[in-house]
Design a protein around this ligand. Structure first.
Ligand code: OSB
Ligand code: MG
Length: 370
């Protein structure tokens, strides 16, 4: 592949409103945009690391460091023919999956643009539109939560995911069921807030016919989660615990979950995401695409991977206006009809990155000649 230049731009964009989870809140998105140029085309990738190591161990600054010191030099020295080769090229670097994914995604986009095909097509996607769910943070009151659920259902979202933590679990979930009935596709995400000592509470959630409970136990656990799954009717879905295909294989072998949330950044890039998708498909395990409050570039990558056939559950792949007053891509990512987004068919990610928006939100930029 022809790769001539890599640049890293750090952006800071305020969210429309604070997003609260069991591990903390986010008001300002501070992240890296990676662009990779070659043959007159530019590919884009977005780092999904948060500014603080509260979801996983990576941060915006560790991603920048890993890219500068290790990953960009590897891209420079390995003369890859296809983006899939980066998985092996990066394999000598332990973890740092979000850093790997940020540049791997940009190279995939560049590859698709150089071939004049869509990223979805390059990845082997088959769907032309995808079903979309929404993730709702921990709200200040049950009334506020019900108001948000009502609005998102009116908008047409096909899955409601609610963040829970100890003392904000049974009450909000019961309130949603009481108010909106049993038919609403509803799930909870605990972001590792519980332990097996909370088994009684977690078992009570079985009453509410949830589609799944996401990452109930520790971020690095698959053993206790197997014990939990054996005691619950509700399917457990793993997010934080799955970093690789090997993690997915072991979790399924142990019975730690029945569903997997695939986040491209968490698993180190699109190539590993495809491998996990394919393995789960063979094993009869449904997957869905998780979100990390992405700006438009990351959102477009999520859409492309969700076009693969075993992404059978609506993902956290909401339109730009869920989080942003203005996005960095055009057209803005939006519903094609309520609760659905069309997978773009233009070259690469299928959205244009708006230079002047990037300038507006950029806090610094560095360039590397390859
Ligand atoms: O656990 O899925 C998560 C946001 C930041 C970090 C972790 C998570 C989330 C979300 C938001 O749930 C999903 C979205 O981008 O809409
Ligand atoms: Mg999650």
């Amino acid at each position: 592949m022809n790769i001539e230049r890599v640049s890293l731009t750090q952006l800071q964009i305020p969210l429309k409103s604070r997003f609260e989870t069991s591990f903390g809140g986010v008001e300002l998105k501070n992240f890296l945009l990676v662009s990779v140029e070659g043959g007159g085309k530019t590919g884009f990738g977005e780092s999904v690391a948060m500014p603080y190591p509260i979801y996983n161990e990576e941060t915006t600054e560790t991603v920048k460091y890993m890219l500068k010191e290790f990953l960009i030099p590897i891209v420079k020295n390995s003369a890859i023919q296809h983006p899939k080769e980066l998985l092996k090229a990066f394999s000598g670097i332990r973890r740092n999956n979000m850093a790997k994914s940020a540049i791997e995604g940009a190279v995939w986009d560049l590859y698709a643009k150089q071939k004049n095909i869509s990223l979805a097509q390059a990845l082997g996607g088959t769907k032309t539109e995808v079903e979309v769910g929404v993730s709702i943070g921990i709200e200040s009151s049950v009334d506020e939560l019900l108001r948000k659920v009502d609005q998102f259902l009116t908008d047409g979202y096909k899955k409601i995911k609610v963040k829970i933590k100890p003392d904000w679990d049974i009450v909000p979930i019961k309130a949603i069921r009481d108010h909106f009935g049993d038919q609403v596709p509803l799930m909870a995400d605990a972001n590792s807030a519980y332990t097996l000592k909370d088994l009684d509470i977690l078992k009570q959630l079985d009453e509410f016919n949830l589609m799944m409970i996401e990452q109930p136990l520790a971020h690095d656990d698959i053993v206790d989660q197997a014990i939990l799954q054996s005691q619950l009717v509700t399917p457990v879905c793993l997010d934080e615990s799955i970093h690789t295909l090997e993690d997915a294989r072991k979790a399924l072998q142990l019975g730690s979950c029945k569903i997997i949330n695939i986040k491209i950044g968490r698993v180190g890039g699109l190539t590993e995401a495809i491998r996990i998708h394919d393995y789960c498909s063979e094993q009869g395990i449904p997957v869905w695409c998780g979100g990390m409050l992405e700006a438009g570039v990351g959102r477009a990558h999520n859409l492309a991977i969700t076009s693969l056939s075993n992404f059978v559950i609506p993902g956290d792949t909401s339109p730009s206006n869920r989080y942003w007053s203005e996005d960095i891509v055009e057209p803005e990512i939006s519903f094609s009809k309520p609760g659905m987004i069309t997978v773009p068919s233009g070259p690469g990610i299928g959205y244009e990155v708006m230079e002047e928006r990037v300038r507006k939100y950029a806090v610094n930029e560095e360039e590397f000649v390859i």
